[in-house]
Ligand binder design. Structure first.
Ligand code: UDP
Length: 323
């Protein structure tokens, strides 16, 4: 039976990946230091014999006994709020963490897939963004700790591939949403839905003309799975090209939730990219992948998920966010 290590296992993407690999019949080792992850995302897996959990920070030496076939490196704070709060850990997990996991992959002769991001394109001057675009990133801005760590991650992963012949994959993940997102991580999907559920006004940053393209979690996981099983080593964008302005998006959430609250405008955070849309030609051609779930459909599912949370969770998360 194949054995896979998933780092960031208690996070949003990591926990959904654990579910997928369990469903595919793998033995899954989940690893997380629980700084931004939450055990409740994977507690349903604990009774399974094919699942084990290691509470560990991958920025420190990583030891796994026995064989390992695949490694998926998904550990990292992943929202601007998080990396502003814990910038050094963000830099360390993308750099030292990646180095440790590449070393482990080499030792075990395992294939490794690293989670990169559309943030490597920064505030893009090319639209839509294809994988050949080098990006427009400020190394010293507030997002630099994430963006540059991920750019380093890509660079060292390609170096291990070229220099050591390591079997590597790089996915560039665009904005993704789904159940298990943290209500207090500041990202726009949980932010707006949380505000609607608490009966608060929706906070649009800037004038709301900035754009994003939102991918439903099941589509994202399918793209990552196909990439891992492919033999393609260059980076691949996985995202939904269906682009919307944030103002339109806020209006959609108001309609979806039926809230009678209004939209209020707040200052645009520094280095907030003005537009973002993946060019997924490569994913289509090489992986035969494209998104299947339309935003309206996916958002309904996510809204039901957030509605099912207790009032305590809804308000506690909000208090944590404000403190
Ligand atoms: N945003 C917003 N209101 C919020 C949270 C986010 O208008 O309460 C905006 C944010 O400025 C950005 C977009 O929504 O332009 C997406 O933000 P998110 O943090 O989800 O992702 P990222 O900026 O990393 O793409």
């Amino acid at each position: 039976m194949k054995r896979v290590l998933i780092t960031g296992a208690a996070g949003f993407l990591g926990s959904h990946l654990c579910d997928r690999f369990i469903a595919e019949g793998f033995n899954v080792i989940g690893m997380d230091n629980l700084i931004t992850g939450d055990l409740k995302n994977i507690e349903h897996l604990f009774p399974l014999e094919r699942f084990e959990f290691h509470h560990h920070d991958v920025s420190k030496f990583v030891h796994i006994s026995g064989n390992l076939d695949y490694i998926l490196h998904f550990a990292s704070p992943a929202s601007p709020i998080d990396y502003l709060k814990i910038p050094i850990q963000t830099l360390k997990v993308g750099s030292l963490g990646t180095l440790n996991l590449l070393g482990l992959a080499k030792e075990k002769s395992a294939r490794i897939l690293v989670a990169s991001t559309s943030e490597v394109y920064g505030d893009p001057l090319v639209h839509p963004q294809n994988e050949d675009y080098y990006g427009n990133v400020s190394p010293i801005g507030p997002r630099g700790v994430y963006d540059e760590a991920k750019r380093f991650m890509e660079s060292i992963t390609m170096a291990y591939h070229r220099h050591h012949g390591l079997d590597t994959r790089i996915v560039r993940i665009f904005n993704t949403y789904g159940s298990r997102m943290r209500l207090n991580d500041g990202r726009v999907v949980p932010a707006f839905i949380g505000q609607a559920l608490r009966g608060e006004d929706l906070t649009v940053f800037g004038d709301g003309s900035q754009t994003r393209s939102f991918t439903y979690i099941d589509d994202q996981v399918e793209g990552i799975y196909r990439l891992l099983m492919s033999d393609y080593v260059e980076p691949i964008n996985i995202g939904n090209p269906d682009e919307t302005t944030i103002l339109e998006f806020a209006e959609e959430i108001i309609k979806l939730t039926g809230t009678d609250q209004k939209i209020i405008f707040k200052p645009l955070p520094k280095d907030d990219p003005l537009q973002r849309q993946p060019d997924i030609t490569r994913a289509r051609e090489i992986l035969g992948w494209e998104p299947k779930v339309h935003r309206f459909e996916g958002l309904k599912i996510v809204y039901e998920y957030f509605k099912s949370l207790s009032q305590d969770e809804l308000y506690q998360a909000h208090r944590d966010f404000q403190s």
